[in-house]
Ligand binder design. Structure first.
Ligand SMILES: *Cc1c(COP(=O)(O)O)cnc(C)c1O
Length: 307
């Protein structure tokens, strides 16, 4: 049985033609449909790591996230199903009321290690992560969001599916960006396969410069990197799109999300996809992207985080 079969991942995810965007046919890659619990892009990013973990007979994995994290939720469920011990290192106070996400983790037998905001800031520092690996007795510590230069090939499977579903290449792919791992994976695949597709990221948090840097760093640490100079990609940081920061939702976003659901019949999560779909709608209305005829929106999932 393959890993995807073990976890009952439904691939390929569907590709829908959307009618919502007036005057344009926009395609949507529905990674929200991959699995009812393992959120879309988190499966794409985690699959190479999980495969390696099984292969190397790893017993105990740890990773980082906030109290609503889609990443911890997806990884916690996968480890539960695969019988791997998992410790979630969560930025939260142990006495605060558990979120639905944390309640799910507990139900799946995940160990929760609470850390303060100050300690959480150290999560990428080698001295801190080395000490955590020792004190928690981890075999593998996965970075926040599951974004790692070594697992960009997992995201490449989105592009493989798209090419089989719609062989004529897209001019533009639009997606929400937080840590940049998903975007970096798309950029890498497109460069390696010489596709004419450009990638447009919509920042879901304030991070001008920082997000670009993290994508360049992820590409630089990936195997056989060829792409850092070839900038076939861009991130938009408009306040109107991210709404002032991570998980900030404006009334314009809320109204759009409702209207989209009524017209199209599927939900967008508040933190990520409402912002990217909203942004593309505005850009099309302002005729800023008229040169792009074939456009694809990547629905990255994430609905559990809205609970
Ligand atoms: C984590 C997440 C993202 C952000 O992906 P990055 O690879 O960190 O940029 C986007 N959408 C959803 C639903 C997510 O859970």
């Amino acid at each position: 049985m393959t890993l995807a079969q073990q976890l009952q991942i439904q691939t390929p995810s569907p590709m829908d033609a959307l009618t919502f965007f007036s005057g344009h046919t926009i395609w949507c890659k529905r990674d929200d449909m991959l699995h009812p619990i393992i959120s879309g892009n988190k499966w794409r990013k985690l699959q190479p790591l999980l495969r390696q973990a099984l292969h190397a007979n790893i017993q105990h994995i740890g990773s980082f996230g906030g109290a609503y994290s889609n990443h911890l939720h997806a990884l916690g469920y996968a480890c539960h199903k695969l019988n791997i011990k998992f410790t979630a290192i969560v930025r939260a106070h142990p006495d605060s009321a558990p979120t639905p996400m944390l309640r799910d983790l507990k139900q799946w037998g995940v160990t929760i290690q609470y850390v303060s905001r100050e300690d959480y800031k150290l999560r990428a520092l080698p001295d801190y992560t080395k000490a955590l690996v020792l004190s928690l007795r981890l075999d593998l510590l996965i970075p926040e969001g599951g974004s790692d230069g070594n697992n960009l090939s997992g995201v490449g499977t989105i592009m493989e599916e798209i090419q089989r579903q719609e062989p004529q290449p897209f001019d533009l792919i639009v997606l929400p960006v937080a840590s940049g791992g998903t975007m970096a994976g798309l950029i890498k695949y497109i460069a390696e396969h010489n596709l004419p597709t450009r990638v447009l990221g919509i920042a879901v948090l304030k991070g001008q410069g920082y997000l670009e840097r993290s994508i360049i760093d992820l590409l630089a640490t990936s195997a056989n990197n060829t792409v850092t100079e070839n900038r076939n990609w861009k991130i938009l940081h408009d306040e109107a799109f991210h709404g002032g920061g991570y998980a900030k939702v404006t009334s314009a976003h809320a109204e759009f999300r409702q209207r989209f659901f009524q017209a199209q019949g599927f939900m967008l999560d508040r933190v990520y996809n409402t912002k990217s779909f909203f942004a593309l709608n505005q850009l099309l209305n302002q005729h800023k992207y008229d040169a792009f005829k074939r456009i694809m929106l990547l629905h990255t999932g994430g609905l559990q985080g809205d609970r």
